[in-house]
Design a protein around this ligand. Structure first.
Ligand code: AMP
Length: 443
């Protein structure tokens, strides 16, 4: 708990505070990118009937230990967990799926018509080593469909992710795999153990342990030396049981039908325990492997709802890292459409004019005009400079003389021509020049 210090600091000790390591500000100039991505996500979610869900940042720690997996990097090294003041062990969510499954179970959504389809957009927290494209607080949006086992929904979700990337100007490479089910995965895991037996000494220490605990996870290791040992890997897809193979083949057929290009990649196992069958990642660039290259990923998790106390329910979902997506948009010089400049700038000079401007500004907005001002500024020149910078077409100028005459100046910012108009005629004059706006429009 924070305890207030009693001692006053000498002035020389006052420091300039900085961001906590691994955190990031989203400054105003970046906001158009964020709004654009959010809009695309919401638009596509609407088209495919995914409903928005917000779950809390804090969940009980056990939720993630149980779902993500006790031996995963996230749970062993990366969670922001603490005991709260009531003694409860809580964690700032490192990912979204576990919380959504918890909410699905908690609100009895198994009784709704299935599948229940959600999307989310929010911050996640992982105490990972910060570097380019890797933060400790980062945003993800994700799509989850619970209550549907058919492979068509896996393919449709991949398509939907692919479409969001396209709408952001990115042609991603879809890497896809199937990690099978509890019946066929052990067979593949034994093949992997055989594969790594003779080269075990070259694996990193974590992967040596993974050999016995979960060899599949070696394929997901971030260490370069482990990645280099994966060239002749046995293929998961060659070792699936009939049901899993059939499911996978149908996912691929649907993707062909939707004309989504994909690459079969046996290394897409996803680091978390809860995946079954289809796993996939969206990569920014197919040549350049590695985790920072992945913009998003997901897969099927047919056992998770039950594992978290619900009725057995098949499900599939994916998540995309928003910072990485926006970085790629910048790399590709993709700029979101600019929001239109204000219609009119209201400049004022003198106390009385400033007072009158306050109300006039509200009236302009009420008439549907997008208006801008800088009431705190005193001179006309800096106000008109700002109006120019904003790209407005007309400025209204109200000074002491205009107040006495019950007039106002309207200035065409392109040519600099100014005309005097009757104060009462401001709105009709603007409507004549700019077109009539709907009444009471939001500005
Ligand atoms: P994951 O489920 O861990 O594969 O995460 C899905 C996506 O979230 C990744 O492909 C990244 O785009 C993003 N992501 C994951 N961890 C981080 C992080 N530490 N910093 C920034 N983005 C991340």
């Amino acid at each position: 708990m924070y305890k207030k210090k009693q001692v006053a600091l000498p002035k020389s000790n006052i420091k300039k505070y900085q961001l906590v390591k691994g955190m990031k500000d989203i400054v105003p100039e970046e906001q158009p990118f964020w709004s654009f991505v959010k809009d695309q996500v919401e638009k596509i979610a609407g088209e495919y009937s995914y409903q928005k869900i917000d779950t809390p940042v804090l969940e009980s720690t056990n939720l993630f230990v149980r779902s993500v997996g006790e031996d995963t990097d996230i749970v062993t090294k990366e969670m922001y967990s603490f005991i709260d003041q009531g003694g409860e062990n809580v964690t700032m969510r490192p990912e979204g799926t576990a919380s959504i499954v918890r909410a699905y179970n908690e609100h009895g959504m198994v009784n709704l018509p299935q599948p229940v389809k959600f999307f989310y957009f929010g911050p996640m927290f992982r105490y990972d080593k910060p570097q380019s494209g890797r933060y400790r607080q980062f945003y993800q949006f994700g799509f989850e469909a619970l209550g549907e086992a058919e492979p068509i929904i896996d393919a449709q979700q991949i398509f939907l992710g692919y479409k969001i990337f396209q709408s952001c100007g990115l042609n991603v490479s879809t890497q896809i795999n199937s990690i099978g089910c509890s019946e066929c995965r052990p067979v593949y895991q034994n093949l992997l153990i055989d594969y790594f037996k003779n080269i075990k000494s070259h694996l990193c220490d974590d992967c040596k342990k993974r050999m016995t605990k979960n060899p599949l996870r070696i394929l997901d290791c971030k260490e370069k030396k482990c990645q280099e040992l994966l060239v002749n890997l046995p293929q998961t897809v060659d070792n699936l049981c009939d049901n899993c193979r059939n499911h996978f083949v149908r996912v691929l057929e649907y993707l062909d039908e939707l004309e989504v290009p994909y690459i079969l990649n046996a290394r897409i196992v996803r680091g978390l325990d809860y995946y079954t069958r289809t796993t996939f990642e969206f990569w920014a660039n197919e040549e350049e492997e590695g985790r920072q290259n992945a913009l998003g990923g997901g897969g099927r998790y047919d056992k998770l709802v039950e594992l978290l106390g619900g009725r057995s329910t098949p499900a599939v979902g994916f998540a995309v890292g928003v910072e990485r997506l926006i970085t790629k948009m910048h790399d590709n010089d993709f700029a979101p459409p600019k929001s239109p400049a204000p219609d009119v700038f209201l400049a004022q000079l003198g106390n009385e004019a400033r007072k009158r401007s306050l109300k006039l500004f509200e009236e302009l907005k009420k008439a549907g005009f997008k208006a801008a001002e800088s009431f705190a500024k005193n001179g006309i020149k800096p106000q008109l400079e700002l109006a120019n910078r904003l790209g407005v077409k007309y400025s209204l100028i109200l000074g002491q003389k205009e107040i006495l005459d019950k007039t106002i100046l309207i200035r065409d910012m392109d040519g600099g021509i100014q005309e005097i108009i009757n104060f009462e005629k401001i709105i009709p004059e603007l409507e004549k020049r700019l077109g009539k706006r709907g009444e009471n429009q939001p500005s």
